[in-house]
Design a protein around this ligand. Sequence first.
Ligand SMILES: [Zn+2]
Length: 589
Amino acid sequence: MSRKDVHSYARPLEVVVRHLDLELMVDFNAKQLRGTATLQIDNLKKAEQLHLDSRDLKIDSILLDDGSIAKFDLMPAVPFLGSELIVHIKPNTKKVKITYATSPSASALQWLSPEQTAGGKHPFLFTQSQAILARTWLPLQDSPGIRFTYTAKVTCPPGLMALMSAENDTALHPHGIYTSNMPQAIPSYLMALSVGDLRFHAYDKRSGIFAEPITLDKAVYEFVDLPKMVVAAEELYGPYAWGRYDVLVLPPSFPFGGMENPRITFATPTIIAGDRSLVALIAHELAHSWSGNLVTNATWNDFWLNEGFTVYFESRIMEKLYGKDFEDMATVLSAGELKKTVAEMGPDNPDSHLYLNLEGRDPDDGMSDIAYEKGRFFLLNIEMAVGRERWDNFLKQYFAEHAFQSITTEEFLDYLEKNLIQGDGKLRNTKIRENIWVYGPGLPDNFPKVHSVELEKVDAVVKTFQEGKKVENPKGWTTHHWVYFLRALPDSLPLDKMKSLDEQFKFTESGNSEILCQWLELSIRSKYLDADTSLEKFLTSVGRRKFLKPLYSALAETAEGKKKAQAIYAKARPGYHSVSTGTIDEMLR
Ligand SMILES: [Zn+2]
């Protein structure tokens, strides 16, 4: 095990990139970014080659800081890793200026036509660089173990706003020229750009919302607890290190729930439910400001260090803000989903280890419930073993001592041993058992016992329903109650039961994406055709992979359903990001 990143051609022990100056022109007609990336390098070994990552980039020319034109070799492309770019430098080279252009099919970039936005009038561009897609819009050392600072000058069509994962101006610039500065060093997967018809609303001096004008008011209402969340997070694990914390609400085709781009979380609009019930996602992305952005997984095999810590931290923020009963529901729901995932993976699947082996594979394959939820329950297990106070002190110290660094799984376990376990064999071997959790499959038998008072009430309602009795309209149910209720029902129901549930609770018309998705999945399996229009509308307007995957997969279970899925997909596919089409293409082949 090592820091060697099998998903990057970079050789940071020879030459390492410290800073990037970017100048880009955004061309919506050609679906292309054109410009220059100037890399400031530290040539540690007086090397004569700089090895960079690139994928589908057109490299025009490369200049060295002494004014000479550099020779370069763009190697043949390898699936998902792209083309190694070897720049011939000199032992004293400090800067390398690369003139380049992106491909219209660059995987990180999603170019939306006006019709694909909420406002419908202007085109929109956003990037998604994680895990190894930054190299499709920038030539760089694309490895999470390498950090650099950057500046950017972006020129876009007048009237649109350009934002980066950096210090941004919050005002619209009439000529479409924007400059950004990122003074803190970040890994490449946190490089981010978005361009669109955007406006800003400030909550306070530190936080606000960027969104399309038509979405802004709804988003501002939904995420009003943002400033409180930042304060709650700081109270838990120390000062927020990135200056501002803003949220950019993207059009619905964004493939993820959120992306923790530093200073500016990119978020899906599918969490705008009108009742502030899905804001846990914002707590999650905010938590990444510590776990992930500040202390970063050294390679994608260590991905659980980013996500497991973040889900744990998210849960603590939510508990602080909304109480233990509320957060217990989320914890029980997650445990249920995780157990399902593990059962599907099978008992000895190495992908159910926390520490992964993704050599020769797309790191996107590692983005399962394991990193997120098994990771979180491992940490919860430690909390329960040593008590919350001791665990919180440990975490605070962990974040402080590793700030702006990357860390491997092995280094974390060493740190845990030295600073928490401290040679206590009983604690290690009977309570924490970290080696079984990290290097073993499935869920260890010291998996934390979780329960929720609120969800036990739902169990009673489900029982009533299953006995064929009339269910009363429940009072005060949150999204968690409803999702749990729908998941507790059988995989499919007779049509008369579907109809009566729908008449009583109006699931087909639900504006809450979590509840609707759960209902649509049940509708597909129950062959409840009354939900078909809603299903097609949902699949053609939303690009979030979390929702697309279960719905297309349920459709694909029958020949007839698969046909329906293919017909919908033909219409919907142009509106999805490559991260989502990569998953669905395979499913419907
Ligand atoms: Zn995350």
